[in-house]
Design a protein around this ligand. Sequence first.
Ligand code: HEM
Ligand SMILES: N[C@@H](CC(=O)c1ccccc1NC=O)C(=O)O
Length: 285
Amino acid sequence: MKDNQNGVEVNATTSETSIHTDFKNNMTYGEYLKLDKILSAQRRLSGHHDEVLFIVIHQVSELWMKLILHEMHAAIDCIKKDDLSSAFKKLARVSKTQSQIIQAWDVLSTMTPSEYMEFRDSLGQASGFQSYQYRMIEFALGYKTPHVLKIYEKDPELLKELRQAYEAPGLYDVAIQALNKAGISIDEEVLNRDVTRTYQENDSVRKAWITVYQNPQLYWDLYELAEKLVDIEDWLQQWRFRHMKTVERVIGFKRGTGGSSGVGYLKKVLDQRFFPELWDLRTEL
Ligand code: HEM
Ligand SMILES: N[C@@H](CC(=O)c1ccccc1NC=O)C(=O)O
């Protein structure tokens, strides 16, 4: 018999497992996962049956976003250190997680417009617009919108974290640095760009990616990196599209609680791209 990390006795010959009651620190499953906090955080303001669905979908999405950020930041560090294979694992996990979040729209769509309208007023002016993790993801992807920082002015801790993400180079910035390090020349103005601004298309970057795509055998790592980035943008746009369509399905063209035009605004953000050259090069190949 051997103890595995979880304090569970593993019988190597029969694969039988038996659970120890005397865990080293006596910690339980619920304690470890802080289930008391997580499972007591679904308080309905309206008492409406479907508000539980609404809360749970948002909480699950925010938890997945937490994992996405954890993996994306780690991937950025790996790329900076030229450890691309470790970055691939993390970026693959980001895409898989994105596909999970997208599944949530199918569950949310079981709520009809009239059911939502029965409790919408109790949400006041709260809106997904205020999701700081969503903004951190956009920042990590190089989409920098300074006006969103204003929303958090009253929360210095959060503001500090957001500002750090806002001022840091994004995933695409480090990928472009990797192109340059591999000997594919990138304009100085891009390498030294102000990373607090949203990335703008550049001809040297477009040419560099075309070189990679035309010679995958020479630049296999960069080719794989590029495809991972395309996966992430693709999934993010799919999330945005499903959000926009679900909103149309549930509230039609009503204004949003966050003060925007609603579906019109969500359609407009669909035009915004993260890694433009990686999409444009496909027409040129
Ligand atoms: C019935 C469900 C939902 C409705 C009616 C809805 C509606 C809206 C509307 C109208 C906006 C635009 C801002 C505003 O004026 O409020 C918005 C933004 C947003 N919503 Fe939702 N939403 C829903 C579900 C969700 C869910 C499940 C999430 C997941 C976390 C989410 C996350 C966001 C985010 C991140 C934004 C900001 C998007 C951006 O600025 O690009 N929403 N939502
Ligand atoms: N913006 C939504 C309200 C909404 O969806 C919402 C409200 C509070 C917390 C999260 C929300 N989700 C996403 O926007 C609406 O206009 O109905």
